[in-house]
Design a binder for this molecule. Structure first.
Ligand code: PLP
Ligand code: COI
Length: 339
């Protein structure tokens, strides 16, 4: 194995030793198989290739000061993948089988879990695809579930520091009754042009409003949005955003800290009232927002006047990381220790 510079990892792919796979054939999921191949051999008419029958997940494993490896909220990711499978009519994998696969692949690649001091983690990417053949638009009758892992550093350069975002109206990532609530590859294909536009203009990411009215806040690229004011954590309720497990965890932690939580439609104008705001997700953790520009209306919502993360964002970030790395007790039962 080539030496890995753990403290300078970016959010990218590094080859690890093994992945694990389970096939669905003849109406049932089979035995878990361990593979050292980075490739999938499949039929050219597989539904994942033509009709987008593809679900994925993202979760992380962390090495604690005690050397133990902790996986964050894997049952939640299993449940969300089941919801995605229902959404695009794929065979569902039970939480038990999901857990079996995730634990196995992490254990097999144990030496790729970054050391505690590096602040890095092992990104776990479950994938479920239609491998059965169809030429008419129908669900497949065969599926492959695969889990790969790769060590990662921060999603945004600079880690926990503020970033600028830009509202993009030209492209929608998902429709009000579409697949935005599911983690399917098509949503990310739909986001690529908006994302490139934002990056070309020097922003960390694109910022979406609801597709129907362009009035309410949806998401920040591949992360949920939250704003803070008057000791209240406010996050959009929308039928076109991914139910983020990080956001769900932050809502709980905020409540634990005596902060009020509101989940409701958030109109764009409300951006001018937030004392702090952040983008949150497994990859982004919390990425505090510096400002959100609305170029169409020549407006800039400056959230962080001094360019630094605000006190509540910082407190939430530290608390979440402390639970993930095992520095503080896991009072909500969010963590699975890899034995
Ligand atoms: N929104 C989108 C579109 C995402 O891709 C992700 C990442 O998974 C999130 C939000 C954050 O979700 P989670 O916190 O479960 O990673
Ligand atoms: C996440 O895991 O938080 C993501 O948004 C994944 C992203 C790279 C698609």
């Amino acid at each position: 194995m080539k030496e890995i510079d753990w403290s300078n990892l970016s959010f990218g792919y590094i080859k690890t030793d093994y992945n694990v796979r389970i096939n669905f054939r003849d109406g049932a999921w089979g035995e878990l198989e361990v593979s050292s191949s980075e490739y999938i051999n499949m039929h050219m008419a597989a539904t994942c290739l033509h009709y987008g029958q593809e679900a994925f997940e993202g979760l992380k494993a962390f090495r604690g000061k005690d050397g133990k490896i902790r996986i964050f909220r894997l049952e939640e990711n299993a449940a969300r993948m089941q919801a995605t499978c229902q959404g695009i009519m794929m065979a569902e994998l039970s939480t038990e089988r999901f857990r079996e696969a995730v634990l196995k692949v992490v254990k097999l690649n144990e030496h790729f879990v970054p050391p505690y001091e590096s602040g890095a983690s092992l990104y776990i990417r479950p994938l479920l695809i239609g491998t059965g053949v169809q030429i008419g638009v129908h669900p497949a009758d065969e599926y492959l579930f695969l889990v790969l892992v790769t060590p990662v550093g921060p999603y945004f350069k600079g880690g926990f520091s503020t970033n600028p975002y830009v509202i993009v109206r030209e492209f929608d990532r998902s429709a009000p009754l579409g697949t935005g609530i599911y983690k399917v590859g098509g949503n990310y294909a739909a986001s690529l042009r908006a994302n490139k536009l934002a990056h070309d203009l020097g922003y960390a990411s694109e910022f979406y409003l609801d597709a129907k009215e362009k009035k309410y806040i949806d998401e920040c690229g591949a992360a949920n949005f939250f704003g803070i004011k008057d000791n209240t954590y406010i996050t959009p309720l929308s039928t076109s955003i991914l139910p983020s497990i990080t956001n769900k965890s932050l809502m709980q932690l905020a409540e634990d800290m005596g902060i009020k939580v509101e989940r409701r439609p958030v109109p764009e104008e409300e951006l001018s009232t937030f004392e702090e705001a952040g983008a949150c997700g497994t990859a982004a953790v919390i990425s505090p927002i510096q400002r959100i520009d609305d170029l169409d209306n020549k407006k800039s919502y400056v959230i962080s006047k001094d360019g630094n993360p605000g006190p509540i964002c910082t407190k939430l970030y530290n608390k979440l990381r402390a639970i993930q790395y095992g520095d503080e007790p896991d009072t909500h039962g969010w963590v699975t220790i890899v034995e």
